[in-house]
Design a protein around this ligand. Structure first.
Ligand SMILES: [Fe+2]
Ligand SMILES: [Fe+2]
Length: 150
């Protein structure tokens, strides 16, 4: 039921690695990585965060939900600053590294802990609601679809 979000985590991890790797490259490579990140951010990650905040809120402990919201807030600030540098003569390599690591660690935590916690807590009613949410996400965002259906 959270599979569409997990499939989007694959492209999130690709972006996280790309930002961190490009941080060690010349400005032209950094600008290219930031431009790719900006399009994935706008087309997928912004909505992904909102879906998680809505879908997981009734299922996670207060502690886990606070962590999820705090990390989303931090990632939004970092992403906004990084995207603003996509056309800069010399994009901030440290910022790209920090964003790449933060995005990677956030996704790993969701996959290893938060999603499992949510699935354990879900009642039958929750599962029905999540299945409907998952179908809507798969309909609206190509990267969330099972690969065979692409
Ligand atoms: Fe998240
Ligand atoms: Fe996520």
């Amino acid at each position: 039921m959270l599979q569409p979000l997990s499939r989007e985590h694959m492209s999130g991890l690709v972006q996280a690695r790309s930002l961190a790797a490009a941080a060690n490259e010349p400005p032209i490579e950094r600008r290219a990585a930031l431009a790719r990140f900006a399009s994935v951010w706008d087309e997928e990650i912004v909505e992904h965060f909102l879906d998680e905040e809505r879908m997981l809120a009734p299922l996670l402990s207060t502690e886990s939900m606070s962590r999820l919201l705090a990390e989303h807030r931090q990632l939004r600030l970092l992403a906004e600053r990084a995207i603003a540098q996509a056309m800069s003569a010399d994009p901030d390599a440290d910022l790209m590294r920090v964003l790449g690591v933060a995005l990677h660690d956030h996704i790993r935590w969701e996959e290893r802990e938060a999603f499992n916690e949510a699935e354990r807590a879900a009642t039958d009613g929750d599962l029905q609601r999540l299945a409907a949410d998952a179908a809507a996400i798969e309909r609206d965002r190509p990267g969330s679809r099972p690969r065979l259906r692409l």
